[in-house]
Design a binder for this molecule. Structure first.
Ligand code: ADP
Length: 618
């Protein structure tokens, strides 16, 4: 469902639930309020009825008691007796004063007033014909009569209690008491709700609201109005309708009514118009009805308040439900976001793992390659070492002739000296023998030195760098070549000094032997070959320059001198590996170099530069 439609549905539901719960709260509150009002009204109805009955009841016996009064009976028997009339008048006057009634009077069977408590007043009832009064007729016919009416003489409303005085068949006459209900009415003015008493004609005869008095609860038809005119029951009072309309009938005979504001109105402590709960009950012994009116506005107000509370109360759970729903939605969104994040995270982790696996594979490959390179380098180094050794052996091979010649001489001398020594010993010439043996020892030492040098040179070097005296290395190389130098009558000129260098001494000697050997080769056949050796320091390195006085190096050869198998020497004299191996050895020293050029005055110059052990600091 689209969100807007969803919201509309929720709003509609919210409105419906608010209206429904408001209506329900209104209905329940109305019912409860009306029930309360009904109960209270019923209670008041009972209370007011009881007080009214008591008020009226206390006079009910009074008319009948006149039958016990001899003078009254006598007057009824002799209605023309003035004396008797006066006695009864006085008696009734006293009785009326004591009882607190409005009037007490005695009527003949014909309805004429024979005696009355108000005999002194000019408007006394005495002599009046009241046979038209209903209470008179009722008393004659039924023994008693009750009647509410307005007095015709003074226009004073009152309750008439009439009783037939027994005697002749049909009664001697009728005793009447007129009771005023003013006091009762006054006490009603303080009650909480308006109460009224209506007579059998629906005319309000007693009311807590003064202006309602003599208003009618229901419309009077013409015949009734004419009867009123005839009996003067209400003494021609204008009987206006109260303007009360029944709205609804409730249980217990209660009714919801409305009194229109255009009816008789007066300032009152109660509301006298609007909606009322009307509860009525007949007053026993009278044709009257007591009605208590309870204003139901407060019930309506309360119901409206409850409706409001109900509506608001319905909103609260709805709002809470909405909030919970919103919270659930947000939680759902958050969970979805978290899941998406988790998915992204998992994806990332998967990629990282894949990349790591790739990397580790690449790393492994790299390691393998490095290991392979190391292996290859080691192999190469081994090969180089082998090559160096081979080159060295080649040099030794070249030297071997000279060395053999060098050893032959002392060997021959040894043979001669040892032979001579034997002869001198036989002659007993111990002095000469001792000299010969000394000479033999010296020759053996010389031979040992030659073979020792050769042995040292021939041993396979570890290639380990150490501090080496360049002069010492040069001495060793020259010693190895001593035989050749002497054989070729070459002169060696040395000059300068250099600090110790950092390299493998054995391999350095190999390079030097090579350079010196090549120099001798270049000057082969010359009458005065000369080699110039100069030692110095150049650009923080020790420098050795080997110059010969040979033909020098041809421009073509200069480019290829250090390439393997380049040689200009005849077959069997050179392999072309000497300088290539020497260049390799120098390269391994690190920070070292071997270069060649021709001297300006002729001859070749080979320059060897080597790093110091401790490079001098500026
Ligand atoms: P080989 O001595 O076996 O020829 P080298 O590598 O020692 O191998 O020398 C290569 C070549 O360099 C020699 O054949 C020679 O032509 C040239 N050469 C080396 N030293 C000298 C030098 N001092 N004077 C002239 N040429 C030289």
């Amino acid at each position: 469902m689209p969100r807007r439609l969803h919201r509309f549905a929720i709003s509609l539901g919210l409105c419906a639930s608010v209206l429904l719960s408001g209506w329900a709260a209104h209905w329940v509150s109305s019912q409860v309020g009306l029930a309360d009002l009904q109960a209270t009204g019923q209670h008041r109805l009972d209370l007011y009825a009881t007080s009214l009955e008591r008020e009226i009841g206390k006079f009910a016996f009074l008319p009948g008691t006149l039958a016990l009064e001899g003078n009254a009976v006598e007057l009824l028997v002799h209605p023309d007796s003035r004396v008797q009339q006066q006695r009864v008048n006085t008696y009734l006057e006293q009785l009326n004063t004591r009882a607190g009634t409005l009037a007490i009077y005695l009527l003949s069977r014909e309805g004429r007033v024979l005696a009355s408590s108000n005999w002194r007043r000019p408007d006394s009832f005495v002599g009046e014909d009241l046979s038209f009064r209903a209470y008179f007729r009722d008393a004659l016919s039924a023994g008693s009569g009750r009647f509410f009416g307005i007095g015709t003489t003074r226009g004073e409303p009152g309750y008439y209690l009439a009783a037939s005085l027994p005697g002749e068949p049909g009664g001697l006459g009728v005793a009447v008491i007129k009771v005023g209900l003013d006091e009762l009415e006054k006490s009603w003015s303080t009650v909480e709700t308006p109460a009224l008493v209506s007579d059998e004609n629906g005319v309000i005869i007693l009311s807590a609201v003064p202006d309602w008095k003599f208003a009618t609860l229901r419309p009077l038809d013409e015949a009734t109005r004419r009867a009123f005119d005839r009996t003067l029951q209400y003494n021609r009072r204008a009987l206006k309708p109260l303007g009360m309309h029944e709205l609804r009938r409730l249980d217990d005979g209660a009714r919801l009514v409305r009194i229109e504001p255009d009816g008789p109105q007066n300032a009152s402590i109660y509301p006298t118009s609007g909606p009322f709960l009307a509860q009525s009950r007949p007053l026993p012994g009278t044709p009257w009805t007591l009605t208590v009116l309870s204003h139901s506005d407060q019930v309506d107000d309360l119901a409206r308040s409850w409706a409001l509370i109900g509506g608001v109360g319905a909103i609260c759970p709805c709002l809470i439900a909405l909030m919970l729903q919103e919270r659930r939605r947000r939680l759902r969104d958050r969970l979805a976001a978290r899941e998406a994040l988790q998915r992204a995270h998992d994806e990332l982790e998967r990629k990282v793992e894949a990349r790591t696996a790739d990397l580790s594979t690449a790393n492994q490959a790299l390691q393998d390659e490095v290991a392979e390179r190391i292996r290859a380098e080691r192999t190469l180094r081994d090969a180089q070492d082998e090559l160096v050794q081979a080159g060295k052996l080649a040099v030794i091979g070249q030297l071997s002739t000279g060395i053999a010649h060098e050893l032959n001489q002392p060997l021959a001398a040894l043979r001669t000296l040892s032979g001579n020594s034997v002869r001198f010993l036989a002659r007993g010439d111990l002095g000469t023998t001792r000299d010969n043996l000394t000479r033999i020892g010296q020759l053996v030492d010389r031979m040992g030195a030659i073979t020792g040098q050769l042995r040292d040179f021939a041993r396979k070097s570890s290639g380990q760098a150490q501090a080496v005296s360049l002069s010492q290395a040069l001495d060793n190389a020259l010693a190895l070549l001593d035989s050749r130098l002497r054989h070729s009558r070459a002169t060696v000129c040395r000059q300068g000094e250099a600090p110790p260098v950092w390299c493998d001494p054995n391999r350095l000697e190999q390079v030097l032997v090579n350079l010196l050997g090549n120099a001798l080769d270049a000057m082969d056949g010359q009458t005065a070959p000369a080699i110039e050796l100069s030692l110095d320091t150049h650009e923080s390195r020790a420098r050795l320059q080997v110059r010969d006085h040979g033909p020098g190096i041809s421009p073509e050869a200069l480019d290829q001198l250090f390439k393997p198998f380049f040689t200009t020497k005849p077959v069997g004299r050179g392999l072309g590996l000497g300088l290539a191996i020497s260049a390799g050895i120098v390269r391994d020293f690190g920070a070292a170099s071997l270069t060649a050029h021709n001297h300006a005055d002729g001859g070749a110059v080979f320059v060897l530069e080597l790093p110091f052990r401790d490079p001098p600091h500026d």
